[in-house]
Unconditional design. Sequence first.
Length: 232
Amino acid sequence: MTASKFHPVTHVLFDMDGLILNTEDLYTVAFKNVLTPYGKEYTFTLKLKLMGSQAHETAKIIVSELDLPITPEQFMEETKKQFEKLFPDTQVLPGAKRLIEHLNSRNIPIGLATSSSKESYELKVNKHHQELFSLFPYKTMGSSDPEVKRGKPYPDIFLVAASRFPDKPKPGQCLVFEDAINGVKAARAAGMQVVMVPDPRIDRELTKEATLVLNSLEEFKPELFGLPTFED
């Protein structure tokens, strides 16, 4: 990849689930635990549809697709019990801490743009990761934020998150980090470049909308987008 393919940016937005934290794996465990008693299977194909969705959207899709004999609200209640057990012990994914700390230390404005609710965010972060997430002065939590009308793949969350920076950058000045196809679509719809770190099971044909695709955040070279190098 040559740097000419990429445009310099001044601000950076991060997704959380499956990008900074290993919570996508934990969502899979939680959903399987809820669905197994109903004789239903949580497939990777269904997971791909849901990644990046707001909580209520996820519940509606699962109940509808799997023809569950419960309401989306009941599904959310059952999964909430699972989350309370699983989420406190989340782990940071490779390269995330180094990159976030690097950008923060070089005074690059960074923001969090997660589809999680505030309650879910706190479950995932409060036990082990408060110090790391305190480096994000601006946090947008899609499932709780009244300004985020629609979940990914719509651009709402990234446009709202960008508007929270005091200097109001244009979309083209923002770089997004994502792991989900819906998140990439949302970033592109917002007019932003997006670095994707997909689940290795995702067909690479489905990642083509991303500006850059990496196996891990450890591979990211900030200078490609005009950001300070790790060596600076």
